[in-house]
Design a protein. Structure first.
Length: 421
């Protein structure tokens, strides 16, 4: 079967409403504009930690496990399988990563976590693809089973090990971290000047060249790697055809079951790698409840990114950025975010008026005014709002971007081999 033949089917998603693809120069311009906006908010609010080296480094560390879970969800859903079980697969990754890591070294732990997550993916594939069970039911069951299974194992492994307990593992040796000498110090110095835009750009670059774990580098490389495999190879085209029109794909000779199995197993392995990051890099021990719902947030990041690797990475970065603000600066940084959100909503209003969506523009304008009034009439925000800020920001962005989303056409739909005959 030729690639051109599959392309002729409905497997390849078409552009909606004549929307043009963003080119690299436009993407860079949008990123620069966003950084300039954050720099303006920093200058006005005086929250200098918004783009500091530590903030960017922390945001990256918090975004990586979410991004890996989202990448796993993307692989599965591009093949037509909804993977709500990402949370459970991350749990398996955290446990197996720490279990092997403290005994035989961190890179052995990475491999064990990958295998643990892949086993969860294999189980999900058997239940959904072979036995055609509802994907949501299967995913929830895997999440519950993974939690109970790891709790059971901890009772007679970690609890009997030196430095461990029934709820946490012994300490795992760290993975080597990279710091670019000279450039790291120079960026930190520039960022400390607090100049408009220049210091913010230096903070971003400094965060990317200071204390960067090798596992973080691997995770970042997986994003363009996934794009290349799924959108630039015959294998990827066939896999995506299973998520768009499996009947048509089967009629052209594609083994739909095989590609769905591969996609879901890879999905589990990526989620497991996200769990490994939590138990070896973010914190060098396994702790019960360590994932904290990041599998579900990764799924939300994937939806925000419109089932594309780059968009998913932006969604994960958004959550990591707001979560890092909460951890580093607390009420002051989140208070500055009120001003940033108000300005963003004003820009949304302008765009909606241009598109003649007057009702949506009115609602956005109302929220912009309320956020601006909240910012100017207070000096801090309640602690409850600080804790909820990452989730509220993610929900707001998802709500504003919902109209442009397009999931794979056969995502989550039941499929039986030979049903097109």
């Amino acid at each position: 079967m030729s690639t051109s033949t599959v392309s002729a089917t409905s497997a390849a998603p078409k552009k909606q409403g004549g929307r043009k693809k963003l080119t690299l120069p436009w993407i860079m311009l949008i990123v620069a504009g966003g950084l300039a906006l954050i720099s303006l908010v920093r200058v006005i609010s005086g929250a200098d930690d918004l783009t500091s080296v530590g903030q960017v480094s922390g945001a990256l560390s918090l975004a990586v496990p979410i991004g890996l879970a989202g990448l796993g969800g993307l692989w599965a859903e591009r093949a037509g399988v909804v993977n709500i079980g990402l949370e459970g697969m991350m749990i398996l990754g955290t446990w197996f990563g720490a279990w092997a890591g403290y005994q035989w070294g961190p890179w052995t732990g990475v491999m064990a976590g990958l295998i643990g997550g892949a086993i969860g993916g294999l189980l999900h594939a058997i239940i959904t693809v072979t036995f055609n069970v509802n994907h949501i039911v299967s995913g929830v069951a895997i999440n519950i089973l993974a939690l109970g299974f790891t709790q059971y194992l901890s009772n007679f492994t970690f609890a009997e090990a030196a430095g461990g307990s029934s709820k946490q593992s012994p300490r795992v040796d760290p993975i080597y971290k990279i710091t670019v000498p000279g450039l790291s110090d120079w960026m930190a110095t520039l960022q400390g000047k607090h100049w408009f835009f220049v210091s913010d750009l230096a903070g971003v670059i400094g965060g990317l060249v200071t204390g960067l774990s090798l596992l973080t580098v691997l995770a970042l490389l997986l994003i363009p790697g996934t794009w290349w495999v799924l959108w630039r190879t015959t294998f990827g085209l066939r896999l995506r055809s299973c998520g768009e029109n499996p009947v048509a794909a089967e009629s052209l000779g594609v083994n739909v079951y095989k590609y769905k199995y591969i996609a879901v197993i890879v999905s589990g392995a990526l989620a497991g790698l996200g769990g490994v990051f939590l138990s070896i890099v973010a914190s060098p021990i396994y702790q019960e409840g360590q994932t904290g719902g990041r599998g579900y947030i990764g799924l939300a990041a994937m939806i925000f990114g419109n089932w594309m690797p780059g968009g998913m990475a932006l969604g994960a970065g958004l959550f990591g950025f707001t979560d890092s603000l909460k951890l580093r600066g607390g009420a002051e940084n989140v208070h500055a975010m009120l001003l940033l959100l108000a300005i963003l909503l004003v820009l949304v209003v302008v765009w909606q008026v241009y598109k003649k969506k007057y009702l949506q523009a009115g609602v956005s304008a109302l929220f912009a005014v309320l956020l601006f009034l909240w910012y100017v009439t207070t000096d801090a925000v309640p602690s409850q709002f600080v804790d909820a800020a990452p989730y509220l920001t993610t929900l707001l962005v998802l709500a504003l971007s919902a109209q442009r989303l397009r999931m794979p056409k056969a995502d989550g739909m039941p499929y039986r081999k030979g049903q097109g005959k």
